[in-house]
Each structure stands twice: as structure tokens, then as C-alpha cells.
Design a protein around this ligand. Structure first.
Ligand code: SF4
Length: 219
């Protein structure tokens, strides 16, 4: 049912000419992840070059880093997350999408959340955060990240947390206490422990597809 509804939205999105970003796109970047198993929606900013080429979100260097952080926290990108962007077409030179572009694309974002009805939403980076929260001047992503909050989409309240965008982490390599990478680890562990306490992907390798390996491990 979810997949059917999402497919209808995807088809509308792929033919969308709702803003100027349609002109130069190679692909509409609609989503990644398994809608039937995902309990968390992760929202990024916009497709970059690799995403535009492949039609998948978060597949460039930043996406690979995000996948590693998720995996370290015990969160499966493929099973636990449904990954989407604030806008579905690549802005020129990877600039931040304008308010007009975000507004034009909002119907797809809201529809995706409404169909998935996740247990939680991860707002990845400032653009995703500002799409749902009006920040006052003193509130920066560094101050807001890591805090659970409630956001409302189409009249439904969702538990949400902001995390750093992985492109920021590509420029900050330190793993020292209090560094952005260390805070990212903490935030994803908090999300895993709060939303997915029952999930253990170590078990996945001992599934029916891995009978021999399962016997070996349990011996
Ligand atoms: S960014 Fe969104 S609104 Fe703009 S053309 Fe692409 S799908 Fe349509």
C-alpha cells in the first residue's frame, strides 16, 4: 500500500516542472531506502552532482560518510531509513535551494512523510531544519542539533532530531571530544537507542540466507 502510494507521488515528481530546477536536471532524486521497513525518515538538502547522475540521494562522498556513521550506530541505511531531500532536483553549483524552490517542492516532501508516517524524522543539516522550524537569531544548528523536538506535518506530530549534514563533517576531521564528528556519533546513537532499541542488525547476517555462517557463529 505504502509503495503504491509512493509510486504515484514518484511519477508526479518525475514529470514535475514546478520550479526552475527542472531545466537542468538529469534525474529527479526522489528517495532511497525501503518504505516497507523504514521507521525513520531522513531529510537532507538537495541532490548534488552524483545524486543527479544516479537518481539516488546521499551517494557522493558526503553520502558515503553518512552511511558509515549510520552503520557505526547500528542503523541500516537500507532497512531503517527512508531518505529524501528538501528539493528533488539539483540546484546549479550545489547552491542552497531558494525559498521559492523549497515551497514548490514541499508537496512532495509532505506527501512522502504522510505516506511513511515514520516513528521519527532526522533533519540532516540547516536547510532541512529551517524547512520545519523557525529559528531565532541565537539558534544555530550547533545549538539545536541533538535535541528531540516535535514537528508537525499535515496536522500530524512527529518526533524529530537535527543532526549535522555530512558535508560539514567532510571539512571537520577531528574525532576529539566535542568535535562535530563525535557529536554526530552521539546523536545517531541517541536516535538508535530511542527509536530502534529492538533492532540488531548483527542478527541479519545469521538470516536464512546465511545458514552456514549462522551455524558457525552459534556453534
Ligand atoms: S525541485 Fe521539486 S518543484 Fe522543482 S522541478 Fe524538481 S520536483 Fe518540481
Amino acid at each position: 500500500m505504502k509503495k503504491n502510494c509512493l509510486e504515484i507521488v514518484r511519477q508526479k515528481c518525475e514529470s514535475c516542472q514546478g520550479c526552475a530546477l527542472a531545466k537542468n536536471r538529469n534525474n529527479v532524486v526522489f528517495s532511497d531506502g525501503d518504505a516497507s521497513t523504514a521507521r525513520i525518515v531522513l531529510i537532507g538538502e538537495a541532490p548534488g552532482e552524483m545524486e543527479d547522475e544516479t537518481g539516488r540521494p546521499f551517494v557522493g562522498r558526503a553520502g558515503q560518510l553518512l552511511t558509515e556513521f549510520l552503520s557505526d550506530a547500528g542503523i541500516s541505511r537500507d532497512k531503517d531509513l527512508y531518505i529524501i531531500n528538501t528539493v528533488k532536483c539539483r540546484p546549479p553549483e550545489n547552491r542552497v535551494p531558494t525559498d521559492e524552490e523549497k515551497a514548490a517542492c514541499r508537496k512532495f516532501l509532505d506527501a512522502q512523510i504522510d505516506i511513511i508516517k515514520p516513528d521519527a524524522i532526522i533533519l540532516c543539516g540547516a536547510t532541512a531544519l529551517k524547512s520545519f522550524v523557525n529559528l531565532d537569531k541565537k539558534q544555530t544548528i550547533s545549538k539545536v542539533r541533538g535535541q528531540w523536538m516535535t514537528i508537525t506535518v499535515d496536522g500530524v506530530d512527529y518526533k524529530a532530531m537535527t543532526i549535522f549534514h555530512p558535508s560539514y563533517l567532510l571539512r571537520n576531521h577531528s574525532m576529539a571530544e566535542g568535535s562535530p564528528r563525535r557529536l554526530m556519533q552521539q546523536d545517531l546513537k541517541n536516535i538508535k537507542d530511542t527509536i530502534l532499541p529492538d533492532v540488531n542488525h548483527v542478527d541479519d547476517v545469521t538470516s536464512d540466507n546465511n545458514v552456514a555462517f549462522g551455524s558457525l557463529v552459534s556453534a
